[in-house]
Write a protein that binds this ligand. Structure first.
Ligand code: ZN
Ligand code: ZN
Length: 353
């Protein structure tokens, strides 16, 4: 914080708050806010009715609570004053803070310059500790176990919604605390990368993109895509799936310390472009993952930052042919001291059910 020129961080319920204190708080209209000065004690401002839950989970803080119907913002000013931090410096607001809180804090601390806390926190959360890597590995194993059972649910004649509902049950059985998304995109829906699900009936011979993820009880996220075929797919699909498979492997193989994030993106994109499908790969190659499903580092052209040991991210190239079908392969990987560690280890070959 000193290096970033920030006197305090103000962090609402978020992955940042969980990372810093262990408290998994829900973002609601009542103010919960960690006041973390660069020097001095941290204070967690909480609604009185949530104080017992906060005390049970949050470590390293003192608590200040507010009653319903009272203004909680003077507590923020008091917490900064108690730590010896005046309200006149620069404060870093949690990047995903609600606008109504940003504006209320501007009114409560009119002298303070508002900046983003991500300038400090993204750099910390970017490199996972060995314990965090093991947490992500457990999440990877849990989602792998769900993909391994896909043949139980994915059949012609069923709707995407029905398959997604079965997947959600299995994700909880495999250890997830929450199911964050269940994309089941059959046939033409597979050409829409963030389709979700629908009441469309899956037809014989259709490719189906299944991208699923959730949160384990410790807060760490899973996210994995496999593409299946319900019966023998069209010949052109087999052709471009082979291209995609080679692209995904090339990008995973490119991961090692010192290589730039954009070079990993290029490793996948070059294979796809060389086969003539460049415009059909219409998103970046990947995103970081941890306590948030999407976080730094982003594996995208323009991100020249070198990879470092402990960085965890997805490698998920896709090929999407509008109106026909699409495919994506997604693994979570970690950059190690000398290469790459795949956290999703089930096969990436095309699975024909
Ligand atoms: Zn995904
Ligand atoms: Zn992803």
């Amino acid at each position: 914080m000193s290096e970033a020129g920030l006197d305090a961080l103000l962090i609402p319920p978020s992955a940042d708050l969980r990372y810093l204190t262990g408290y998994d708080a829900h973002a609601l209209e009542r103010l919960t806010l960690l006041v973390l000065p660069a020097q001095g004690a941290a204070t967690l401002v909480v609604p009185r009715l949530e104080r017992p839950a906060a005390e049970a989970q949050a470590a390293g803080v003192t608590f200040a609570d507010h009653e319903d119907g009272t203004d909680p913002y003077p507590l923020i000013r008091a917490a900064l004053g108690a730590a010896g931090t005046g309200p006149t410096g620069a404060v870093g607001l949690g990047n995903r803070m609600w606008a109504e809180q940003v504006l209320a804090l501007r009114a409560a601390l009119p002298e303070a310059e508002q900046r983003l806390a991500g300038a400090v926190l993204a750099g910390l959360r970017l490199r996972k500790s060995p314990e965090e890597v093991e947490a992500l590995r457990r999440a990877g194993q849990a989602i792998d176990a769900v993909h391994a059972r896909m043949g139980e649910w994915l059949r012609a004649g069923r709707t995407e919604d029905e398959v997604a509902a079965d997947i959600a049950v299995a994700m909880r059985e495999a250890g997830h605390a929450t199911v964050d998304f269940t994309i089941v995109a059959a046939g033409p829906n597979g050409a829409s990368p963030h389709h979700g699900t629908s009441d469309r009936v899956i037809g014989r011979g259709e490719p189906v993109v299944v991208d699923i993820g959730g949160r384990m009880p410790d807060g760490y996220c899973s996210d994995s895509t496999r593409t299946y075929c319900v019966g023998e797919p069209p010949a052109e699909f087999r052709e471009y799936y082979a291209v995609l498979h080679a692209a995904q492997r090339a990008a995973v193989a490119a991961v090692r310390p010192g290589v730039s994030a954009e070079a990993v993106d290029a490793a996948a994109r070059d294979v796809i472009a060389a086969a003539g499908y460049g415009p059909a790969f219409l998103h970046r190659t990947g995103h970081g993952i941890g306590l948030d499903g999407h976080e730094d580092p982003y594996i995208v052209a323009g991100n020249t930052a070198p990879l470092e040991p402990g960085m965890a991210f997805s490698v998920e190239p896709g090929i999407y042919l509008a109106g026909r079908h699409g495919a994506r392969i997604e693994d979570i990987v970690v950059c190690t001291a000398d290469g790459v560690d795949r956290l999703n280890i089930i096969d990436t070959e095309l699975v024909v059910l």
